[in-house]
Design a protein around this ligand. Structure first.
Ligand SMILES: [Fe+2]
Length: 163
């Protein structure tokens, strides 16, 4: 990870990262490597967590999209506020375990359980294990706090790679 485990402030606590990154993510990788369980599921789980955990930086209150990512969001959603509201709507429709992401075409899409997708530029884990420890049932607060730690340089790189 490009930050220390206690480096994301209240957005994702040290305890949540120890559990989510240190245990769950590692389990997908280990089980895949050891041929345990469903290899497709474990491979996709490892793939998605890699994308998820490499897109964060230390939190700031004024963390808004800049550069290529900023232009991309403005092009597709006009404002960051509008984008966040659409993203939240899509996320809150997810039933059960899944993910929500911004695609390289500017669409907001969801993933059931784990699936490998090649068009992800920004990805939020919507499994209960991603938010329950820090946020109990307040998924909207979890999402709101993720916006404070998104490293928009990483997102710009992903947008740039796909265009
Ligand atoms: Fe997860």
């Amino acid at each position: 990870m490009p930050y220390p485990r206690n480096g994301l402030g209240k957005s994702l606590s040290r305890a949540a990262i120890d559990y989510h990154y240190g245990k769950l993510y590692k389990t997908y990788v280990d089980r895949y490597n050891e041929g345990e369980g469903d290899p497709t599921f474990n491979e996709a789980g490892a793939f998605l967590h890699e994308i998820y955990f490499t897109q964060f930086r230390k939190p700031t209150n004024s963390n808004t999209p800049n550069g290529v990512a900023g232009e991309f969001i403005t092009k597709h959603y006009k404002t960051f506020e509008k984008f966040k509201s659409e993203f939240e709507k899509a996320a809150m429709k997810i039933q059960g375990s899944g993910w929500v992401y911004l695609s390289d075409k500017g669409e907001i899409k969801t993933i059931v359980n784990h699936q490998i997708k090649q068009d992800i530029v920004l990805l939020i884990d919507w499994w209960e294990h991603a938010w329950a420890l820090d946020y109990q049932a307040d998924k909207k607060k979890y999402l709101e706090n993720q916006w404070k730690i998104i490293d928009w340089n990483v997102i710009s790189g992903r947008v740039g790679l796909s265009s």
